[in-house]
Write a protein that binds this ligand. Sequence first.
Ligand SMILES: *Cc1c(COP(=O)(O)O)cnc(C)c1O
Length: 230
Amino acid sequence: MSIQHNLAEIHQQITYHCQQADRTLGSVKLLAVSKTKPFSAIAEAVAAGQTAFGENYVQEGVEKIQYFQSQNIPLEWHFIGPLQSNKSRLVAEHFDWIETVDRLKIAERLSQQRPTALAPLNVLIQINISNESSKSGIMPNALLPLATQIAALPNLRLRGLMAIAQDSDDPSVQQQAFSRMQQLFQQLRLALPEQQIDTLSLGMSGDMAMAIKCGSTQVRIGSAIFGARS
Ligand SMILES: *Cc1c(COP(=O)(O)O)cnc(C)c1O
């Protein structure tokens, strides 16, 4: 199937799940996860109207960002992989969003390194919602202290939360994790009312329905758009 076809299918699914959950159409954004995929695949998605892309590897992401900038194609780029301190400058200088902030030190570096000529870097704090040692992200009880400190950094804009749920086909396992995220998101909004907290990044190809039911405002979809990664 073509990328164009896949994108249309996913938009239909998002619409369907919004209707099922009694949510406003258009309240869930689609982030196309293009890691390991070539420029040509991204260009096909762009031709089909997709404008927001997620990348996991810094160097690969920067090459793609620079390529599309050189073509005068404005896109929105989200960094969604684990970030090492020594790569933070590249993220600060090139991306629009980072969804995986999980410690103050990296947030401080990103704020210092963000060029002031650019808009503030949009930040999501990653929560380790299923408490898996293999996943990054903070424990839920560490959220408010970290969020308060990040909100005070000048060149960042705290926008919300991100999580990767434990891989499970069991709806009750998915629901438990995602409902907890929805609660945390509400707590964050109440705790920092002056911040523009509007983004809850939850849901991938396998758990998108439950994520939307639990208030996700952004699903991150890779293989269902671009095909399996080799
Ligand atoms: C790879 C990745 C995705 C997309 O996963 P698919 O299973 O290909 O849809 C979403 N979020 C994160 C953080 C990822 O690393």
